[in-house]
Design a protein around this ligand. Structure first.
Ligand SMILES: [Zn+2]
Length: 265
């Protein structure tokens, strides 16, 4: 069918001209180019790792937790309010560090993760306080001269009228609820030991209960908190606790410019 061929197109200026029809292959990268590429990949991987480390939770769970803490009315609003603070905090970081190229994702990734400062700002603007619970090395929390364990603080230190706690850490895969074996994310083939970043999780504690997405609630004993205020890794609902925040409603009169810590708790 040689005759039906379309007319030979005019040679394009962009087409590489070779003396034969041999396909021109791109030359392999030089050692220096390859090294630069590798360094770029490494930097990108490290940046992603840093994002996860600096952020609270993962996969939007912080938004769900803040709804369970009654800070926001629904998840959509929570995400929108948190997303809206990313640029503001990013501008601040650029100014502080003098680095015009400060990675945006270190501050937050829309609908997914937000750094501590973004969450604090969003929570404060919603009329709440956001305060880190300081865990001492000797496994206690100093409450005006008296040492309380985290378990006791969580049990007694929250009420739905005032607020509750935001637990940030690593979700466990297998956990135990009164002798019953439970499994989180049964469809995820990975596990929190080998793939900790994917199992980062934030959850609310209100009225002595772990409050999860979709209205699920479990008693605090499912955390199996023990030595060093950390969960028993073989039984706990969470495998690891990284940070705990006390989230309480601001009681200052309306109109006062609360920065998140306007009265002593
Ligand atoms: Zn306040």
């Amino acid at each position: 069918m040689a005759d039906s061929r379309s007319p030979t197109p005019e040679p394009s200026a962009k087409r590489p001209r070779t003396s034969s029809n041999v396909v021109v292959e791109r030359p392999p990268p030089t050692a220096r180019q390859q090294a630069r590429q590798d360094a770029g990949d490494r930097a990108q991987a490290e940046a992603k790792e840093a994002v996860r480390a600096a952020a609270i939770g993962g996969g939007g769970c912080t938004a769900h937790a803040l709804v369970n803490l009654a800070v926001f009315k629904d998840v959509r609003t929570a995400k929108r309010k948190l997303n809206a603070r990313i640029d503001q905090v990013h501008r601040k970081r650029v100014k502080e560090t003098g680095n015009e190229e400060y990675p945006h994702e270190l501050v937050g990734i829309e609908d997914d993760v937000w750094c501590h400062e973004v969450v604090k700002l969003g929570v404060t603007k919603a009329g709440f306080h956001f305060k880190k619970v300081r865990l001492d090395d000797d496994g206690g929390i100093d409450l005006g001269g008296e040492k309380w364990t985290l378990a006791r603080v969580l049990e007694e230190g929250c009420s739905s009228e005032v607020g509750g706690f935001l637990l940030d850490g690593v979700l466990n895969k297998v956990w135990y609820y009164d002798g019953k074996r439970m499994e989180n994310d049964g469809e995820d083939p990975t596990d929190p030991v080998s793939n900790e970043a994917a199992w980062r999780h934030a959850v609310a504690v209100v009225d002595g209960e772990i409050r999860e997405q979709l209205g699920q609630a479990f008693p605090l004993r499912c955390l199996w908190l023990g030595r060093g205020n950390q969960p028993d890794t073989r039984r706990g609902y969470m495998r690891k606790l990284l940070k705990v925040y006390h989230v309480t409603r601001c009681l200052a009169p309306a109109g006062s410019k609360c920065t998140g810590e306007c009265y002593s708790e």
